[in-house]
Design a protein around this ligand. Structure first.
Ligand code: FMN
Length: 131
C-alpha cells in the first residue's frame, strides 16, 4: 500500500480485524467486518461480496469507502474509491477458486483505488496521515 510496508502487512494479516464502512444514498453510514479485504497492489484494495447486501447497495450508490484494520494497538485507515464490481474475469476467478476451496461462493469482487491512508494506532502517531 503506497510502499507503506506496515500498512500492507496489517491488511494482509489473517489475524487482524478488518472493517469496511460505506454510506447509503440517504447518508447513513454502515460498517461491517470483512475478512476478505485484500491488498491487490500498491494502489488497489479488493473485497469479496459473499453475504453483503447493504454494503454492496451502498457501494453502487456512493463510490466512497473506508477500510480499517486493527490488531493489538496497531491500526490503519484507508479511504478508497470504487473502481469496479467484477462478476467475471481473472481476478474474480482466482478469488472465487480460493473461496470454493472453503465451500463458499462469492457473488462479486469489488476493487478500489487507495486515496488516503492514516495511522490510527494507539500512540502519539494516531491520526497522522501517511499518504
Ligand atoms: C469475521 C467475519 C468476516 C466476514 N467477512 C465477510 C466477507 O469477506 N464478505 C462478506 O460479504 N461478508 C463478510 N462477513 C459478514 C459481514 O460482516 C456482514 O454480516 C454481511 O456481509 C452483511 O452485510 P450488509 O449489512 O452490508 O448486508 C464477515 C463477518 C465476520 C464476522
Amino acid at each position: 500500500m503506497k510502499n507503506l510496508e506496515n500498512v500492507s502487512k496489517l491488511f494482509q494479516d489473517p489475524a487482524s480485524t478488518k472493517v469496511i464502512s460505506t454510506v447509503s444514498k440517504e447518508n447513513e453510514v454502515h460498517s461491517i467486518v470483512a475478512g476478505s479485504i485484500m491488498v491487490i497492489d500498491n494502489d488497489t484494495l479488493a473485497i469479496a461480496e459473499v453475504f453483503m447486501n447493504t454494503t454492496s447497495a451502498n457501494l453502487a450508490a456512493n463510490n466512497q469507502a473506508a477500510f480499517l484494520a486493527v490488531k493489538g494497538m496497531e491500526s490503519y485507515l484507508i479511504n478508497a474509491t470504487v473502481q469496479k464490481r467484477h462478476t467475471d474475469g481473472p481476478l474474480f476467478d482466482t478469488i472465487a477458486e480460493k473461496f470454493a476451496a472453503m465451500n463458499m461462493s462469492i457473488k462479486a469482487i469489488w476493487t478500489f483505488t487507495v486515496d488516503k491512508i492514516y495511522n490510527e494506532s494507539a500512540g502519539p502517531d494516531g491520526g497522522k496521515q501517511l499518504f
